[in-house]
Design a protein around this ligand. Structure first.
Ligand SMILES: [Ca+2]
Length: 269
């Protein structure tokens, strides 16, 4: 998990309709009213999509290695720290505990997906073992050139907000990374133009988290990325990178602890 996540919060602005919806979600107040926020993406996936993968994690892991979770999952960071168990299958739940410091990277666990439009639903829980528990979920195409490690787009769930991010044409684009690296090297700020561009590549919506189980649904449809919690749309963002035609992997990243269950991936197109 990149340490810059905390700095992604946009300057305070009027709360958006999505922000208000998120705030209501926590207090379980009246349902959202607008056509957009009424969109039920879980129903969209179930009615229009093909279920291409599901996992309930009712098994034991086979060690600490790359493929120890089984059922096609791979842990990209497992072999950096073979003596540490970062993914524990316990009671039918995938319990992720990142050895971020030892591995030099946030825990990164991924599974094949393969769609242009579609998405995933996942039950998750911040168990409250660590402060600032978080979960970054999204899509990767390692075969895509010009983008660092093929990072396409993500939802980053933190204790205070959810960020939707187009990494492909934003921060992970190699040309943009070069500009950033040059600025870091020169100990200067990035140009105002680049800063303005990057601001268009993400949206930040306040949420309040707890230590209970919840379900998120994350979908891409055309140039839009949408994130729902417990059946209610709380964030949507449009950016050209979301339209990339091959979401090859579904990925989890965390630099902390998070529990995962009932993963389903659908292809709509
Ligand atoms: Ca389970």
């Amino acid at each position: 998990m990149a340490p810059h996540i905390a700095s992604l919060r946009l300057p305070s602005a009027r709360p958006s309709a999505f922000a208000l919806c998120a705030a209501m979600l926590i207090s379980a107040a009246a349902p959202a009213r607008s056509a957009t926020t009424d969109k039920d993406d879980r129903a969209w996936l179930q009615s229009k999509g093909t279920l291409i993968f599901e996992d309930t994690f009712e098994r034991e892991e086979t060690g600490t290695g790359l493929k120890a979770i089984g059922n096609g999952w791979e842990s990209a960071t497992a072999d950096r720290v073979p003596h540490i168990k970062q993914a524990d299958l316990d009671g039918g739940v995938l319990k992720i505990s990142s050895a971020t410091k030892e591995a030099g990277h946030a825990a990164h666990i991924h599974h094949d997906a393969g769609f242009a439009d579609g998405g995933a639903s996942v039950r998750f829980r911040f168990p409250g073992i660590n402060k600032d528990e978080n979960l970054q979920v999204g899509f990767v195409d390692r075969e895509l050139k010009g983008v660092h490690a093929g990072h396409l787009c993500y939802a980053i769930i933190s204790q205070s907000n959810v960020t939707l991010m187009d990494s492909m044409t934003g921060g992970m684009n190699l040309e943009i990374r070069q500009q950033r690296d040059a600025a870091t090297k020169a100990k200067t700020k990035i140009s105002p133009e680049l800063e303005a561009l990057l601001a268009t590549k993400k949206s930040v919506t306040p949420i309040t988290t707890d230590t209970e189980w919840h379900e998120f649904t994350l979908v891409t449809e055309g140039n839009e990325l949408r994130f729902s919690l417990d059946g209610k749309l709380v964030a949507a963002h449009r950016s050209e990178g979301y339209a990339h035609d091959m979401k090859r992997w579904f990925s989890f990243l965390t630099n902390s602890t998070v529990w995962i269950d009932d993963v389903k991936i659908w292809r709509v197109k």
